[in-house]
Design a protein around this ligand. Structure first.
Ligand SMILES: *[C@@H]1O[C@H](CO)[C@@H](O)[C@H](O)[C@H]1NC(C)=O
Ligand SMILES: *[C@@H]1O[C@H](CO)[C@@H](O)[C@H](O)[C@H]1NC(C)=O
Ligand SMILES: *[C@@H]1O[C@H](CO)[C@@H](O)[C@H](O)[C@H]1NC(C)=O
Ligand SMILES: *[C@@H]1O[C@H](CO)[C@@H](O)[C@H](O)[C@H]1NC(C)=O
Length: 332
């Protein structure tokens, strides 16, 4: 569009540009310009409409719950009724995906880190709710942030925010969990081209286990569990056996349904074994999905004497954990 066109000259009165076209310039050129402008604006409007109708997940932060449509009638965002508090590398992603098979559950898709990151916590309940998916009346909302379990200030904060929340903790055999934790950090550093450290240098110090190694600390379940039981009664925390969930997801999920007072709904046809991957994939009314490939990563090779040290070391912490929670797990 050239500088002499009516549109540029009329920019002071944007309310009705069509009526301002001067009669003394080349009227045909101006009308072509105006026509093109209208077409352009129409295209922009159509594009915007398409964008907002095609990708509501951007607005709802929950592609699973809204699956391509507007929020269901009468649905609202609410504080979570259920929080999966951990443990890191325990199978929290598998658990929340399997829980989402139930039609009365809607899950936040990303880890919210509300209670453990001060920068988020300061934003308050309103921000926290804005991170939740839409839930219809009667549906339960769940979020998972595995870092909650090992952060000592989190239990009290959760209690303040949502006193009647129900908590799920998924645990695995502590040595396996530690190796998996190390492996994830190893791969993250590999992707960021950061220097690698061998497990032995992190884990051992002067021939003894290094208690300052974070991945080791995170497997001291009794230390962290104590903080949670200071805030919540035992009956409000359900423990999921992460090793059992991988072997036989249905049996573990029936217990979760029961704890949450959900109508029994998840059944054998929700799971199918994938031979290539060596673990279960999920199936519901909408689609089939397998967990992300990284979930089945091979662990590093660890010297047998280090492994032995780890199993021996965790024996006592495990015993304390079993005592604390009033049940045992089939750990080495
Ligand atoms: C939404 O709520 C209104 C008022 O409570 C009710 O009449 C209506 O049936 C509800 N719609 C759906 C789809 O549940
Ligand atoms: C492990 O971490 C917890 C919580 O951060 C801390 O209180 C505890 O002292 C640590 N334990 C060891 C043995 O480092
Ligand atoms: C499992 O549940 C689905 C829908 O929830 C149902 O269609 C199917 O018949 C059930 N399968 C079995 C084996 O009960
Ligand atoms: C099984 O896993 C493989 C490897 O990840 C994948 O390519 C394939 O699509 C999966 N099959 C089914 C039926 O899910």
């Amino acid at each position: 569009m050239n500088g002499r066109s009516g549109v540029a000259a009329d920019s002071e009165e944007p309310a009705s540009p069509q009526h301002e076209i001067p009669q003394n310039v080349n009227t045909r050129r101006v009308s072509v310009c105006v026509f093109m402008l209208v077409v352009l604006m129409a295209a922009v409007v159509v594009a915007l409409l398409l964008f907002f109708t095609q990708s509501p997940s951007l607005a709802t932060a929950d592609p699973l719950a809204s699956h391509g449509h507007d929020p269901p009638a009468n649905a609202t965002r609410r504080l979570p009724d259920i929080i999966i508090i951990g443990v890191r590398k325990g199978g929290t992603r598998a658990l929340i995906e399997m829980l989402s098979l139930h039609t009365d559950v809607v899950a936040a898709q990303s880890e919210v880190h509300f209670f453990d990151w001060d920068s988020h916590y300061r934003r308050g309940a309103e921000w926290y709710v804005s991170q939740m998916p839409y839930a219809r009346p009667g549906q339960l909302t769940v979020e998972k942030t595995p870092a909650y379990f090992t952060s000592a200030r989190v239990p009290e904060r959760v209690l303040q925010m949502k006193p009647d929340v129900r908590l799920l903790l998924i645990v695995r055999e502590p040595t396996e969990r530690l190796l998996s934790d190390y492996t994830q950090v190893f791969h993250n550093r590999l992707e960021k081209r950061k220097r690698q450290q061998t497990l032995e240098t992190l884990l051992m110090r002067g021939g003894e286990l290094n208690l300052d190694y974070k991945a080791l600390n995170r497997s001291l379940y009794h230390v962290h569990m104590r903080h949670w039981l200071d805030a919540f009664p035992r009956s409000r925390i359900h423990l999921v056996d992460g090793d059992a969930l991988i072997r036989n997801p249905l049996a573990e999920m029936k217990k979760v349904e029961e704890f949450l007072h959900l109508e029994p709904q998840i059944n054998g046809s929700n799971f199918y074994f994938n031979q290539t991957r060596g673990f279960f994939c999920l199936r519901d009314r909408r689609r089939e999905r397998c967990l992300h490939g990284s979930k089945g990563r091979k662990h590093p090779r660890v010297a047998p004497e280090v492994l032995r040290k780890l199993y021996d070391f965790f024996h006592e912490p495990n015993r304390k954990f079993f005592e604390l929670v009033g049940r045992t797990f089939d750990w080495k």
